[in-house]
Design a binder for this molecule. Structure first.
Ligand code: SF4
Length: 393
């Protein structure tokens, strides 16, 4: 067992129309105090966390940190010296055997100097927010970059020594049509990233585009958002094209060349422990989940005042743990071992799985259960049934 560390960088240059994350557009003058607060939080976490009810398992002190993930927001906005300082604090605070150190980067923020500094500090994987190769789609979504920025940045990252590059694409952006999506996939495959994440546009109140769609308005190009059926078709096309290009799908949204599945993200789906630092960062110890204050100013203030920034704490009951095993485990295409879960949790799962199998949502082979491949894009339905809640139909 090892430990993952997540660093949240909640700053962006602008707010994309579809974004439902807790991120803010702030003056760059706030980046340095924020990076300093993250380092203080990390150095002090063992001493301060107990005051918020967190009980760090004794085993944590003997775990090696092997993965680090700088997520956001836009971590590539930070001065690379801040990234290096945070990584050094991780090395000083934990036992480390770092194998995968990821930084999320937006194409327009990448330059040669930053790329070289990231690699020198220990970053060995870039998760690259490409989203689309169509300038019309990028513009409508409020993205800062254009297709040309991707072509400018990738050679810089490669020249600096990044040998593990992940591209994100979003299916469902306004103005996306079959040909545009096919073109984005073709261009992505041509650039040969080692890893690909395909996300479906999320429609909820948390984003400007989502709330516009929910109330039937036309702002933010809401009228040009593809239908659910089109999005499902885009997803299926991506699965076919990526498989043909040598990528293995290992999770609902994630595809990798052999050996390049994300070690850090796998910890989330396998319920392995991770510690999150920064505003809004989440942590999981095995028996508790906790989260920091979302607001970056409140977060920095809490840390500066010698307090813990933890705002939410949840004890995970055995029932919840089992639900998480099913919900998270089934996101992975390898599926879950029902016999092993039944042994671990002392409960029979057949009554939960039989109706799902009968409905064709789940495939069983031996004691291994997997989401049926033709239902991956509507996996929410299977998950909701599995959790014993009313279906969304
Ligand atoms: S860059 Fe990412 S985190 Fe920032 S606003 Fe856009 S979608 Fe949200």
């Amino acid at each position: 067992m090892s430990l993952g560390i997540y660093i949240q960088v909640p700053f962006c240059q602008t707010k994309c129309t579809y974004c439902n994350f807790h991120t803010g557009v702030v003056s760059p003058a706030r980046f340095a105090p924020y990076a300093a607060a993250v380092q203080t939080e990390m150095r002090e976490h063992r001493r301060r966390l107990p005051s918020s009810g967190v009980v760090l398992p004794g085993s944590f002190s003997s775990l090696n940190v092997d993965t680090v993930y700088f997520g956001g927001g836009t971590p590539s906005l930070l001065d690379p010296a801040h990234v290096a300082a945070v990584l050094n604090t991780i090395r000083d605070t934990f036992a480390t055997a770092l194998s995968e150190v990821t930084l999320e980067a937006d194409p327009e923020t990448v330059d040669q100097g930053k790329s070289e500094a990231w690699v020198a500090s220990g970053i060995n994987r870039i998760s690259f927010g490409v989203q689309s190769f169509s300038d019309a789609e990028l513009k409508a979504a409020g993205r800062m970059h254009r297709r040309a920025d991707v072509y400018r940045a990738v050679p810089m990252l490669r020249a600096a020594g990044i040998a593990n590059l992940s591209f994100d694409l979003i299916a469902g952006l306004p103005h996306q049509a079959h040909q545009g999506w096919q073109n984005s996939l073709d261009e992505l495959i041509h650039l040969e990233p080692e890893h690909v994440s395909i996300y479906l546009l999320e429609v909820d109140e948390g984003s400007r585009l989502g709330s516009e769609l929910l109330r039937g308005g036309t702002k933010y190009s809401a009228a040009a958002v593809p239908s659910d059926d089109q999005m499902a078709e885009f997803y299926e096309t991506a699965r076919v094209e990526l498989r043909r290009a040598g990528y293995e799908q290992y999770e609902i949204s994630n595809f990798a060349k052999p050996g390049f599945a994300s070690r850090h993200n796998r910890k989330y789906w396998r319920r392995e422990p991770y510690l999150g630092f920064g505003a809004g960062a989440h942590s999981f110890s095995g028996s508790q989940r906790w989260a920091n204050a979302h607001d970056s100013a409140s977060y920095v203030q809490a840390v500066a005042r010698g307090r813990t920034p933890v705002e939410q704490l949840e004890e995970i009951s055995a029932d919840q743990a089992l639900d998480e095993e099913l919900f998270l485990g089934l996101r992975q295409l390898e599926g879950i071992d029902l016999a092993q879960l039944e042994r671990s949790y002392g409960t029979a799962l057949e009554s939960r799985f039989a109706p799902l199998q009968a409905a064709g949502l789940i495939e069983l082979s031996g004691s291994r259960a997997r989401l049926a491949s033709q239902h991956l894009s509507i996996s929410n339905e299977a998950f909701v049934r599995l959790m014993g809640q009313p279906t969304l139909e």
